[in-house]
Ligand binder design. Structure first.
Ligand code: ATP
Length: 510
């Protein structure tokens, strides 16, 4: 039979690593084909080759049985291949419509024909139930909506082969359900989808077949309905993965973080984004902030870590008032932070991995003498963390952060922050974009941090993670904490009710 896409024997080498080593991928027309593999297994590289961003060293690509050469994304577009990238490619101060027609306006519509483009966009939006507002600015719409704009961009260009590179990593559970629905609608119309995800539930929910890669090599292609999640993860990681987090009862110690009546109202907002928030975290516990995205979790973390000034209230770290302290002071006093946006706040992308590993403490005598970095110490420290946290990249500490796979960038930040042995670790979505093996490891590290007598404040949108790993759950709704719960007393359904604002807990700190 003819496949919509065939990538045969694809090989691509980067300095120090064979990212793709004779890989085969065959996608049938009208199927959702999942691409599964550990962080750094070579999935994004393979897709970048299909999309014309990289040229393979070896191997061929066939479309509907015909061999083709794809030199750049314009070529890919010519062959009706579109891609939604892991990190979206949108112009933030342009409208939705402007973003969709960017790059095709001259060829097809020209300046005066925007009305035609608008009509086509609205028709597509309706047909696939995308519900976008063409005149909204990208900076004003949610991440989920931005992704729909990316999907519309592909549909607008009449693409038939749609690549989704980890599309759910940045979405809320509800948005994920909606995306799955949209994807099923797309294949009904005859499109073919390549779907990269680390979430096995999603593969089971929508994919027809799945190709598995490990360390740059092709492992297998399976019919999804014939394999279990456990079998999939074993093929991917090469060993059995334990999905349950094992942890003993918490041994509570002194209070590390105390927040009193915190209120935050940025100049640009019409209302308080944080309203009178009070809570505390003690040594020996993992406290999780749960909530639907956009209910003030990000703002709370910005306030705690010193990234925004607050109007009212106090923050105490180990008893000392740090409300007005600088970020550096907070860090030096024992606050670690795994940020939500790894590119913006977690890494300097053009620095090497080793330089990124010492961002917290390059100014300390351990790594600096008379104002000069002690490169030997930096290298030794980075090597230690790379090994301990299994951070994979072509050239070890010398690799530039920008060239590393998304999951390995995340592991690098986690390594740096956990290894700082800070009294308070604020971890925002720490396992976003990680494979199941890495998630298992990171969860065990967070529990170890707690068992070492540190305090952990975890912010997560993943309900399984919240239920599995936390000792206490604070639910945020519209900028307030509406409940303080013990995960043993509730189930996911009840937690969902608190998160949706239809229930309030008694006895939480006011
Ligand atoms: N431009 C580049 N320069 C150097 N090395 C690169 C480049 N792009 C990818 N690599 C390396 O190739 C390997 C495969 O990376 P790739 O991004 O394809 O993995 P992935 O399977 O998509 O991982 P993840 O799940 O973490 O996104 C990694 O070790 C990465 O460091």
């Amino acid at each position: 039979m003819d496949y919509a896409i065939e990538m045969l024997n694809i090989t691509k080498e980067f300095p120090g690593i064979k990212a793709n080593d004779h890989i085969n991928l065959q996608v049938k027309q009208g199927e959702i084909h999942a691409l599964l593999g550990e962080n750094g297994a070579g999935k994004s590289t393979l897709m970048s080759i299909l999309f014309g961003l990289y040229q393979p060293d070896e191997g061929i690509i066939k479309i509907n049985g015909q061999e083709v050469k794809i030199h750049n994304p314009n070529d890919a577009n010519k062959y009706a291949i579109g891609m939604v990238h892991q990190h979206f490619k949108l112009v933030h101060n342009f409208t939705v419509l402007e973003n969709i027609i960017l790059g095709v306006e001259d060829a097809q519509f020209g300046f005066l024909k925007t009305a035609d483009a608008r009509k086509k966009v609205m028709e597509l939006s309706q047909k696939y139930h995308l519900n976008v507002d063409p005149d909204a600015y990208i900076e004003d719409i949610t991440v989920g909506m931005q992704q729909r704009v990316e999907i519309l961009k592909m549909l607008f260009r009449d693409n038939d082969i749609l690549i989704f590179d980890e599309p759910t990593a940045v979405l809320t559970p509800q948005e994920i359900d909606e995306l799955m629905h949209i994807m099923k609608g797309l294949i009904k119309e005859g499109k073919s989808i390549i779907f990269i995800t680390h979430k096995l539930n999603e593969i089971k929910a929508v994919a027809d077949r799945c190709t598995i890669l490990r360390k740059g090599k092709y492992i297998d292609t399976v019919n999804v309905s014939e394999v279990s999640k456990e079998e999939l993860s074993e093929k991917m990681v090469g060993r059995k993965v334990n999905f349950n987090v094992e942890k003993a009862e918490p041994q509570l110690g002194d209070e590390v973080l105390r927040v009193e009546n915190l209120t935050y109202h940025p100049k640009t907002a019409h209302k308080d984004l944080l309203k009178n928030i009070s809570f505390h975290v003690q040594r020996g516990e993992i406290v999780c902030i749960a909530g639907i995205d956009g209910n003030g979790q990000s703002e709370l973390v910005y306030a705690l870590t010193g990234m925004v000034p607050i109007q009212k209230g106090h923050i105490f770290l180990k008893g000392e008032d740090i409300t007005k302290a600088s970020i550096r002071k907070r860090s030096d006093m024992g606050m670690a932070h795994i940020p939500e946006d790894r590119h913006k706040h977690g890494l300097v992308l053009d620095y090497s991995l080793a330089e990124n590993m010492i961002l917290r403490n390059y100014d300390k005598p351990e790594f600096q003498k008379h104002g000069f970095i002690r490169f030997d110490k930096m290298k030794a420290y980075a090597d230690k963390l790379i090994q301990k946290f299994d951070v994979r990249s072509g050239e070890g500490g010398k690799s530039i952060a920008r060239g590393m796979s998304g999951g390995n960038q995340q592991k690098a930040i986690i390594a740096r922050e956990i290894d700082s042995q800070s009294d308070l670790l604020i971890a925002v979505q720490p396992t976003r974009g990680l494979d199941v093996g890495a998630i298992e490891f990171i969860h065990s590290q967070l529990v170890k941090h707690r068992d070492d007598g540190k305090a952990v404040l975890l912010v997560s949108l993943e309900l399984d993670e919240v239920m599995n790993i936390s000792d206490r759950i604070l639910v945020m709704y519209e900028g307030e904490i509406v409940a303080d719960l013990n995960p043993k007393d509730i189930d996911v359904k009840e937690l969902g009710l608190y998160m949706a604002g239809s229930k309030r807990g008694e006895g939480y700190e006011k």
